[in-house]
Write a protein that binds this ligand. Structure first.
Ligand code: ATP
Ligand code: MG
Length: 406
């Protein structure tokens, strides 16, 4: 996957400012069947607004359907074709935040009342003077800006609420897991110790030895799981160092060389030269990279019995970006939201605990970084990790042990 695609993917995933307002003047649509009125209104408004004119309700709707995002629509209630009220209803349905100003030839109290009921914010009677028209349109633009601000604030509030809920969920699960793991540790040590001791003795039947080996092997598997549970909920201090991420990637890939050979995985390494450093715990990042690589390896092996793993590193002024791109089956859309959750796994019992990615998530967040996943355009999955560039002189990025969750 080219670097631009990775950057695009990161920015889409971050999906930061959805409600970015267009630059330039506010957009105003004037709908009136009188050509002279359209011309006159345009002349008055165009110094301050970006004005579009139409001579019927149907045309006004068409413009909005095409995706034109008007701040204010000035709507003549009496036009041939679609009635003023129906036009108003359609506008509000298509673009609820667009403000509609009603312009009436003579104060028709009933239809004006109706228009206000269906969402118009104000009305003016013809003939009107320029100042009155300008004031009414400005009022509409201000209302719309306020609506957009309120929507944005609401969205941010929802986001923070969701983050809080997630964080509570994660920390409760973390505490539970730590408790269970500690409880399991003692009996497990006993099982492992005694099975090892018994295996040193001589037995008359192979069957007894086989059974003992099975007990010992299973207890080792359990130890592995318990260790993962403890890592997930660990509270110890990180050993921060001023680190070159490429070194950690290289040393992790070395650990996997044998597996790659056995699993027919071709490794493509694209590591950037002159990488800046970050502050990190070597072993924690190695654990993250190893998890990413193991997942990709397992996915490709299961999917096709072979595959290509591309490991990239890149950077800009502020961010170091590491990508793991595989040619496995990718991740079903319905699972994309879940894979960072503790205990989520699609692997068979005994093959995966579902803790790998949640541990990665914890570690990367602790390093003030980010982690993203997406499916590749053709096939396979991509995991992207972002870490902050840290200036050696300042070394300002603190690593807290406080859990930060999505
Ligand atoms: N590269 C990948 N391709 C396809 N699916 C993946 C990939 N990486 C992760 N997954 C999916 O995400 C799930 C969760 O991964 P995670 O690493 O957390 O747990 P796991 O690999 O199942 O178990 P373990 O705790 O042993 O790592 C996996 O079971 C798998 O379904
Ligand atoms: Mg895993």
């Amino acid at each position: 996957m080219p670097n631009e695609d990775i950057l695009k993917m990161c920015s889409e995933l971050k999906n930061k400012d959805k409600n970015n307002k267009r630059p330039g003047k506010p957009y105003v649509l004037v709908a009136d069947d009188e050509q002279n009125i359209l011309r006159a209104m345009s002349l008055v408004l165009e110094a301050e607004f970006d004005v579009t004119v139409v001579d019927s309700g149907d045309k006004a709707i068409k413009k909005i359907r095409k995706g034109m995002d008007f701040d204010v629509v000035s709507l003549d209630l009496q036009m041939p074709g679609l009635s003023g009220i129906d036009t108003l209803k359609a506008i509000k349905q298509l673009s609820p935040s667009t403000e509609v100003l009603i312009v009436t030839a003579h104060s028709n109290v009933e239809s004006t009342k109706g228009a206000l009921k269906f969402g118009a914010y104000d009305y003016i009677d013809k003939p009107f003077n320029n100042a009155k028209l300008l004031a009414a349109i400005r009022k509409g633009v201000e209302r719309r800006n306020n609506t957009i601000k309120a929507e944005k604030a609401k969205e941010q509030l929802e986001f923070v609420k969701a983050q809080l809920m997630e964080s509570e969920k994660f920390s409760a699960i973390g505490q539970l897991l730590a408790g269970v793991a500690h409880e399991l540790n003692n009996p497990l040590t006993t099982v492992m110790g005694f099975s090892e001791l018994l295996l040193t003795r001589k037995y008359s039947s192979d069957e007894t030895r086989n059974c003992l080996e099975k007990i010992n092997k299973s207890s080792l598997l359990c130890k592995n799981i318990v260790q993962k549970l403890l890592t997930f909920s660990r509270k110890e201090e990180s050993k921060q160092e001023y680190i070159q991420v490429n070194h950690i990637i290289e040393s992790t890939l070395e650990l996997k060389q044998h597996d790659f050979k056995v699993d027919s995985i071709k490794l493509v390494k694209q590591l950037a030269d002159n990488m800046p450093c970050t502050m990190a715990d070597f072993y924690e990042l190695q654990q993250v990279f190893l998890n990413m690589i193991n997942n990709a390896d397992q996915a490709m092996k299961m999917y096709a019995g072979r595959g290509i793993l591309t490991v990239k590193s890149a950077f800009d002024e502020k961010v170091i970006r590491i990508s793991f791109i595989d040619t496995g089956p990718g991740i079903p859309k319905k699972n994309l939201q879940k894979i960072f959750e503790p205990l989520f796994t699609t692997k068979k019992r005994g093959e995966g605990t579902g803790l790998g990615l949640s541990i990665c998530y914890e570690i990367i967040k602790k390093h003030e970084g980010d982690i993203f996943v997406a499916n590749n355009p053709k096939k396979g999955a991509s995991f992207i990790i972002e870490l902050p560039v840290v200036d050696k002189l300042s070394q300002t990025v603190p690593i807290s042990n406080k859990k930060q969750n999505p």
